[in-house]
Ligand binder design. Structure first.
Ligand SMILES: [Zn+2]
Length: 273
């Protein structure tokens, strides 16, 4: 893949900022023209994940569950449907071992369904939590049902062609329903202050990077009515070392700024149809 055409808005008005990373002047995302999809097999969920985070994906259950609780609370705050949680339906794309789905069901959302390409992770979810999972890529799956909530945590940036994926999500979402997702953002300390390191360490399996402003514009254009963006993590130490004398006064100010503007290397988006 060598094309420098934007994979979200298809504009040719793009600028190379690294060997194979480009920014789009039209919609404002960054994209990787040498994108290589990763293989999500058993070794990813056990060994590769451990290598990156110090424990396997399965062992990271508590941390993932606790983030999931906050995300479900935000979804229930923004959803525009007058239904009790027990009446809502939820589809999680790239559902991995099903920890988010388990949490959603624990919070009262009874009709939950996953889509997961990894046979190992899909099997783990079905066997452990007895939650139905379609073993497929989202792109290849024919979806007959419509959902009130669709979630995709750190999924969209891994899609070779994100534009038709966003269109398909929109088409299977009920009016008043919510599409919640997370992804990497350009409007954060790494891209703004450590650009060279950002380019050098850009994951080959990331096709696109968002920003709060552009995600709002793109999703409005796709038909979503209201878009809320939150920082997915707040890291003042990425700007000033935590050992510095300036860190203590800087950190609370940075936290406020990050919450107000979604300035962060990763963002969560809650888009209402
Ligand atoms: Zn674009």
């Amino acid at each position: 893949m060598t094309s420098a055409q934007c994979p979200v808005c298809f504009s040719d008005r793009t600028i190379p900022i690294g060997d194979h990373i480009h920014t789009c002047n039209s919609c404002g995302i960054a994209f990787n023209s040498k994108f290589r999809p990763k293989r999500y097999n058993e070794s990813y969920f056990l060994d590769e994940y451990r290598h990156q985070y110090g424990k396997s994906y399965i062992e990271d259950y508590d941390a993932i569950y606790s983030v999931s609780k906050k995300r479900i609370a935000t979804i229930l705050q923004f959803i525009q449907l007058k239904k009790k949680p027990s009446g809502l339906s939820l589809l999680d794309i790239g559902s991995a071992a099903g920890f988010f789905l388990k949490c959603a069901r624990d919070r009262g959302i009874e009709r939950v369904h996953g889509i997961e390409i990894s046979e190992y992770a899909a099997g783990y979810c079905a066997d452990t939590f007895h939650i139905p999972v379609s073993r497929s890529s989202f792109e290849d799956l024919i979806i007959e049902n419509r959902y009130d909530i669709i979630t995709a945590w750190f999924f969209l940036e891994h899609c070779a062609d994100p534009a038709p994926v966003i269109d398909k999500i929109y088409s299977v979402l009920n009016n008043g329903g919510i599409f919640a997702f997370s992804g990497p953002s350009l409007f954060g300390p790494m891209f703004k202050f450590k650009r060279n390191a950002w380019i050098e360490t850009h994951p080959p399996d990331h096709r696109i990077d968002f920003s709060p402003r552009f995600v709002k514009a793109i999703f409005k254009k796709k038909g979503f009515r209201k878009i809320h963006v939150k920082p997915a993590g707040i890291h003042p130490e990425r700007i000033i070392s935590s050992g510095s004398v300036f860190f203590k006064p800087f950190s609370p100010v940075y936290r406020i700024f990050s919450r107000l503007t979604a300035f962060s290397d990763t963002i969560e988006v809650y888009a209402v149809k």
